[in-house]
Design a binder for this molecule. Structure first.
Ligand code: BG6
Length: 427
C-alpha cells in the first residue's frame, strides 16, 4: 500500500541516530518501494543533511522535505493539501519531538483534518510524566484519533530478543513447566548504560532514570516475562496479556526503591544541587497467584560500567549447594544462557559454574528495533506497541515512588561514573 511517512522532528537526535538509519535498512530490502518519507522541519533539508552525508541513494530519492512551523494551523492545511488524504494510500504521522510539543501537534493535526481513517499516529515516549498527565495525554489523543490508529512506541518491546521472550516461553516445554513461583524466586530486569547525558540536559533533568527507562522499557520487559500464556495464544492479544500482567502488580513502595546520581552529573546538567536520579531501582511484587512471593527487581542507570540489558531469572534452591540462573540477554550479544553447576573435571569433587547458551550465528543480522516498529506500523500490526491502558497501569504502579521522591529534597546517593550496577544502592 502506498505509504507517506511524515516525520515531525526530522532534524532531531532520534531521527539521525535511529529513524533514518532504520528507514535506510527497510528500503534496502526492496519490499517497501511504495514508501515516501516527508521530513518536516522549519528549513529546507535533505536526508543527507540529517545523516551527515551517510545516506543511500534510495533514501535520498524517497525523501522530500516539507517546511512548516508546527505551531501554525495554516501550515497544517498546506500539509493536508499535499497529502491526498482521500486516496487509497495511508499516512503515518510520526512525532519525534521534545516532550511537551506533541500535544499541540496532535491537536493541530486533528483540527485541520489530518486524522482521517487512513492516518496513523506514531508517538514517541514520554507518554506523560506521571499517572495524571498520562491520563490527560490519552484524553487529548482520543479527542482526535481512534485508539486503533495510535501507535505508541516503546522500542524495547521491538528488540529481537524481547520478542523472543514470549516465543521462547511458549515453544519450549521445559520452561513452560517452571515458569511460576514454585520454581522461581526472583526476577531481575536490568538495563545499564555507559553513556551519560549526551547533551540532553533539559530533557533528562525533568525526566530522570525512573521515568526515562524504568517506567516504560523495563516495565514492558517485565510484563513479557510475567504474562499468562493461554493455550490459544495469539500475537494479536499480546498487548491485553501484557496489560493484565502490569495491572496485577502491587503498587510500589518507596522503601523498596532507591535513587542515585553519578558524581559530576549536576555540573554537567548545569544544575548544582540537582535531585534528578541517573540510577533507579525498585523491587515489585505481583498479586497474580502464580507469582506470589516472587520479587521483581528493576534497575537502570547511566554512566555505568557497561551497556547491557538483561533479564535474570533466579530459580529456587532445593538445598544450599544449588543455584541456577536463566539469563535472557536483550542486548548486546543477544543470548539465552542457563548458568548451572557441573563437576570440575579431575580427581576432586569440586564444582564449577558453566553455561548452556543460545546465541545467534556470527553472520546473523538482527533488525534494529526501529525497523520492526516502522514495518509493523506500516502493516497495521499492533502487538509491539503498548496500549494506553498498559501505559497507565505502569504509571499507577510507580506513582507512589514519584510522589515520595518529589516530596524528598535530600540529595540522592552518589556513585562514581563507571560503577557496576550491583554496587549502587546497597546501603
Ligand atoms: C531511550 C532513553 O528511550 O532509550 C535513553 O530515552 C536511553 O535515555 C535509550 O539511552 C536506550 O536505548 P537503547 O536501545 O540504546 O538501549
Amino acid at each position: 500500500m502506498k505509504t507517506k511517512l511524515l516525520i515531525f522532528g526530522v532534524t532531531g537526535d532520534l531521527s539521525r541516530r535511529k529513524l533514518l538509519p532504520a528507514l535506510q535498512a527497510i528500503l534496502k530490502t526492496d519490499q517497501f518501494d511504495d514508501l515516501e518519507i516527508i521530513g518536516i522541519s522549519r528549513r529546507q533539508i535533505t536526508a543527507g543533511d540529517v545523516l551527515d552525508g551517510a545516506v543511500t541513494e534510495k533514501l535520498s530519492s524517497k525523501f522530500s522535505p516539507f517546511t512548516m512551523d508546527v505551531a501554525n494551523e495554516d501550515d497544517y492545511r498546506r500539509l493536508k493539501d499535499s497529502l491526498e488524504l482521500n486516496g487509497d494510500g495511508q499516512v503515518l504521522a510520526y512525532l519525534s519531538v521534545p516532550p511537551g510539543a506533541s500535544s499541540q501537534i496532535i491537536e493541530l493535526l486533528g483540527k485541520t483534518g489530518i486524522n482521517t481513517p487512513n492516518v496513523k499516529l506514531l508517538l514517541e515516549k514520554p507518554f506523560g510524566m506521571d499517572y495524571t498527565s498520562a491520563v490527560e495525554m490519552n484524553e487529548r489523543i482520543s479527542q482526535y484519533f481512534d485508539e486503533t490508529h495510535v501507535y505508541r512506541i516503546d522500542h524495547y518491546l521491538a528488540k529481537e530478543m524481547a520478542q523472543n521472550i514470549v516465543a521462547f516461553r511458549r515453544s519450549n516445554a521445559l520452561f513452560s513447566h517452571v515458569w511460576n513461583n514454585q520454581a522461581i524466586e526472583k526476577i531481575e530486569v536490568v538495563a545499564s548504560e555507559t553513556l551519560g547525558l549526551e547533551g540532553r540536559n533539559d530533557f533528562y533533568e525533568q525526566t530522570g532514570a525512573l521515568r526515562d527507562v524504568l517506567q516504560g522499557h523495563l516495565m514492558q520487559l517485565l510484563s513479557l516475562v510475567l504474562l499468562d500464556l493461554p493455550e490459544d495464544f495469539s500475537w494479536q492479544n499480546v498487548s491485553a496479556l501484557r496489560r493484565r500482567a502490569l495491572e496485577q502488580l502491587q503498587l510500589a513502595t518507596v522503601e523498596n526503591a532507591c535513587r542515585a546520581q553519578y558524581r559530576g552529573y549536576a555540573e554537567e546538567a548545569g544544575n548544582p544541587g540537582s535531585l534528578t536520579e541517573t540510577f533507579a531501582s525498585v523491587t515489585l511484587y505481583s498479586d497474580a497467584p502464580q507469582w506470589q512471593n516472587v520479587s521483581f527487581v528493576l534497575a537502570t542507570g547511566k554512566a555505568l560500567d557497561k551497556k547491557t540489558t538483561e533479564i535474570r531469572i533466579h530459580f529456587r534452591k532445593f538445598h544450599e549447594a544449588q543455584g541456577n540462573v536463566l539469563a535472557l540477554r536483550i542486548q548486546p550479544d543477544e543470548a539465552v544462557e542457563m548458568e548451572f553447576f557441573a563437576k570440575k573435571p579431575g580427581y576432586e569433587n569440586q564444582l564449577e559454574t558453566r553455561k548452556l547458551a543460545f546465541t545467534y550465528d556470527a553472520d546473523t543480522t538482527l533488525p534494529d528495533a526501529y525497523e520492526h516498529v516502522i514495518v509493523d506500523a506500516i502493516r497495521s500490526r499492533k502487538s509491539l506497541f503498548p496500549s494506553s491502558e498498559e501505559i497507565l497501569a505502569s504509571w499507577k504502579v510507580l506513582q507512589p515512588i514519584l510522589d515520595a521522591w518529589q516530596m524528598d529534597d535530600t540529595l540522592p546517593a552518589m556513585y562514581e561514573p563507571g560503577s557496576a550496577t550491583h554496587s549502587i544502592c546497597r546501603a
